[in-house]
Design a binder for this molecule. Structure first.
Ligand code: HEC
Length: 253
């Protein structure tokens, strides 16, 4: 039986190997993230830095549809700061009394406005490729945080024998090794008001943390509740064992 399994495994392995080799990409670097594990939590300073990277670099192509400005309070911003951040954006509102849509400065209750009017406009500006909304991207890709980080730092010159089509860039990570997103981070792309590492790796890690938060803002409370529930169950375990002993104490064996 075991031999049969071995034969099947080799058969499938051989069948799959050339497919995997032909696909390319997938060189994912594993990192330790503060938000992983049972006691996972977000580092607010990193989230604020990552938000700045998103705003100054990624936002020109990628939307953040599911996040409203008021959600930024979780990053440690005060109400006044959130109002000021929102006011820097314009959103479409309406219709007004004449039936026309109009532009107005955003308020904390608004969501981040999308960089393009619609998908066709986004594709037209990006050589036919669609920059996906980033709100949920960390959940939408397997091993999301490591994948995103690796994608951002995974650009390279193409091997000499590979002819890259126009508007495509070589990536060690993206499946097929060709991605339509030009390398977004090079290091020193932003200036942090409070200082901090602005190497390409540090910026990629910060924006990854920020996008892990947008994908699951309730992560910290979920983990806290999980720990509380486990503690409760452990205590209840002892209580039920004690009461079982107590109830059955008088029954002869
Ligand atoms: C100049 C426009 C542009 C900028 C700036 C940009 N991107 Fe992209 N991005 C794209 C395009 C276009 C695609 C689609 C790529 C494709 O389909 O080959 C993409 C795809 C992606 C993907 C999806 C990859 C996948 O697995 O499908 C992620 C994640 C991403 N970008 C993250 C970012 C982050 C984070 C930043 C900021 C640090 C950023 N991008 C900046 C244009 C951009």
């Amino acid at each position: 039986m075991r031999r049969l399994f071995a034969i099947i495994a080799v058969f499938f392995g051989l069948g799959l190997a050339p497919v995997l080799a032909a696909e390319g990409g997938g060189e994912i670097e594993k990192r330790d993230w503060s938000f992983e594990g049972v006691f996972g939590h977000f580092d607010k300073a990193a989230l604020q830095r990552g938000f700045q990277v998103y705003r100054e670099i990624c936002a020109s192509c990628h939307g953040l549809d599911y996040i409203a400005f008021r959600n930024l309070s979780a990053l440690g911003y005060s109400q006044a700061e959130i109002k000021a951040i929102a006011a820097e954006y314009e959103v479409t509102d309406g219709p007004d009394d004449a039936g026309d849509m109009f532009q107005r400065p955003a308020i904390p209750a608004d969501r981040f406005p999308a960089p393009f009017a619609n998908e066709n406009a986004a594709r037209a500006a990006n050589g036919g490729a669609y920059p996906p909304d980033l709100s949920l991207i960390v959940k939408a890709r397997p091993d999301g945080a490591n994948y995103l980080y690796s994608l951002l730092v995974g650009y390279d010159d193409p091997p000499a024998d590979l002819q890259m089509p126009d508007g495509m860039y070589y990536s060690r990570v993206y499946s097929g090794n060709q991605i339509a997103m030009p390398q977004p981070l090079f290091g020193d792309d932003v200036v942090f008001a409070l200082g901090g590492d602005t190497s390409m790796e540090a910026l990629a890690a910060d924006v990854t943390a920020f996008l892990a938060w947008t994908a699951e803002p309730e992560l910290e409370s979920r983990k806290r509740i999980g720990i509380a529930v486990m503690l409760f169950l452990v205590v209840m375990c002892f209580v039920s064992y004690g009461s079982m002993r107590y109830i059955w104490a008088d029954v002869e064996k």
